[in-house]
Design a protein around this ligand. Structure first.
Ligand code: HAM
Length: 520
């Protein structure tokens, strides 16, 4: 609940003192029951004369804030601690010293420390898995040329661009995905890049999207891509990486499945009807909405591409009813390329040991125009979340940018849906802010000696927090507990005169004096 204390300016001082006392009491009692994080700086009073919010020290600020989850989910993953979020969402940023909106732009997130810890943990897994598969990390600018995304197949992504003209009159956009940037870099490297390239990237993407659970206007994506391998083995490698990632997080094939298909299936079906192959990408984009829009709507959109009612019916029937490789084999013939590729992939998956994660599903075509062969999407088996990850083969993308046609495949894996899944499965890691040692000078004039101790410990690789300001011992021990410190190192004049410091082991509660040269 938001609390604003509104009183005339002259009474603010008095009211503030009693309000703070009251609110501190409330906040402290919440600690026991709800684990609120305390931030008394945000307890404010409002002057009705100036309309300005300020805190006890005269700083401008916001009102006492609501938990993230109850407002617009503005913290990155809205993790264990409920953040304090104000009701004041309105109003442009102020430049005249008035109240500023402290919320980030709609659909974007702040990463306070607790969310940043989770993000770092997630990204570390992304990086470690990529490195276990021998991939190298790359990065691209968040701002890209708009022309990289001006595709004409009616993809949603191209209508969701954060695009604008820069001061030099160039059309630019915040990147909605990483694949076009990767293709651009491959082209730029040209012949100097020895194929195959195995690249991974973790980057922020921007899409002006309707927000639903796990879908935001910015998200981070982990991508792994292999450039220059035409065979199914490349696809199997990246799928195996995804499965390893899930397994490391405790997610099993009972929680998540990966729907697989091959765009060549649709190409075959289109080839058998009188449908021009040129409409292929646009048909895929429409079919990708199979679970999002009613059949009648899809029929209308396909008809608008010039498809006959009979062709539309054939496509939809095939996509919606084909659920096994055997059925597919019967429809297209066992020697058909799409069937052969899928069978090879399932065989390799058996070898890697992740076959139970895969599920053939002809309705998966993916909504991006550039995919050409096998495509896939990770989904949660309880059916409550949007796609967890997705990818496929995109052999023609480089040639659409003027390069030579080059086999390529990979996937994108977002940071938002996976966190929703971890929460649902009770698999969220316990990540607290940790240090090893707290160093405390017992007198202010011993601060230089405390600095010597801290520097020595840090150079030995220990994480050290030095107590700053004039704090009491009780505060320091509470602080140590909060940071889950292992030791308290006290710098006192008597011990220092002996060349020692007092070291207290915070788990055993034992303490002893240690000569500085033995302190590690
Ligand atoms: P995509 O399916 O558009 O594919 O996105 C990949 C993943 O990014 C999704 O499965 C989801 O986890 C995440 N994602 C996408 N949009 C959002 C959003 N608005 N909010 C939160 N998460 C989102 C691509 O982007 C392809 N470029 C992937 C690829 C790489 N294909 C080959 N290589």
């Amino acid at each position: 609940m938001a609390i604003t204390v509104a009183v005339p300016a002259q009474q603010v001082g008095l009211a503030l003192i009693s309000s703070l006392a009251f609110l501190r009491g409330r906040a402290l009692s919440s600690v026991a029951s709800k684990s609120y994080r305390l931030n008394f700086d945000k307890v404010v009073a409002q002057s009705t004369l100036s309309g300005v919010l300020f805190d006890g020290e005269g700083r401008r600020g916001n009102t006492v804030r609501e938990p993230c989850s109850k407002s617009r989910n503005l913290c990155a993953y809205a993790t264990s601690q409920e953040s304090l979020r104000g009701p004041t969402q309105a109003g442009p940023p102020s430049t005249d010293g008035g109240l500023v909106d402290t919320s980030p732009p709609k659909g974007t997130r702040d990463f306070p420390p607790e969310d940043m810890r989770l993000r770092t943990w997630l990204f570390n897994h992304f990086r470690e898995v990529s490195s276990l598969f021998g991939f190298e990390e790359v990065d691209f600018p968040v701002l890209e040329s708009e022309e990289l995304y001006t595709r004409k197949a009616g993809e949603e992504i191209t209508q969701q661009l954060y695009n604008f003209e820069d001061k030099g009159g160039r059309r630019v956009t915040l990147r909605p995905e990483l694949t076009p940037s990767l293709a651009r870099l491959v082209l730029q490297k040209g012949k100097s890049a020895a194929l195959p390239l195995k690249w991974f990237a973790i980057g922020q993407c921007w899409r002006y999207e309707r927000m639903t659970r796990g879908r935001r206007r910015e998200h981070y994506q982990w991508n792994m891509d292999i450039i220059g391998v035409p065979g199914i083995e490349a696809k199997a490698e990246v799928l195996s990486a995804i499965v390893l990632f899930f397994s490391r997080l405790g997610i099993t094939s009972k929680d998540v499945g990966i729907k697989i298909s091959n765009r060549k299936v649709l190409q075959e079906v289109l080839g058998r009807s009188t449908i021009p192959q040129s409409t292929f990408a646009a048909v895929c984009v429409i079919l990708d909405k199979i679970e999002k829009i009613p059949r009648s709507e899809m029929e209308k959109e396909l008809a608008a591409l010039g498809l006959t009612a009979e062709a539309v019916d054939t496509i939809l029937q095939t996509m919606m009813t084909l659920r096994s490789l055997d059925d597919l084999g019967e429809l297209l013939g066992a020697e058909n390329e799409a069937v052969v590729e899928l069978k090879q992939l399932f065989e390799l998956a058996r070898g890697y040991g992740f076959e139970d994660w895969l599920q053939f599903d002809a309705s998966v075509v993916r909504g991006l125009a550039y995919y050409s062969g096998i495509v896939f999407e990770g989904f949660d088996r309880s059916g409550t979340l949007r796609a967890i990850c997705g990818g496929g083969r995109y052999d023609k993308l480089l040639s659409t940018y003027g390069g030579v046609e080059t086999p390529a495949c990979g996937f994108g894996f977002g940071d938002a849906v996976i966190v929703e899944l971890l929460k649902e499965k009770n698999l969220m890691p316990d990540l607290s802010h940790e240090v090893d040692d707290i160093v405390m000078p017992l007198e202010e004039q011993l601060r230089p000696q405390a600095a010597v101790v801290a520097a020595r410990l840090r150079s030995g690789g220990r994480r050290v927090d030095v107590v700053m300001g004039n704090k009491k011992m009780k505060w320091a021990f509470k602080h140590a507990e909060r940071l889950q410190a292992k030791r308290m190192v006290l710098v006192g004049s008597a011990e220092w005169a002996q060349g020692s410091v007092r070291v207290k082991d915070l788990s055993s509660r034992e303490e002893k004096d240690l000569p500085l040269e033995k302190l590690t």
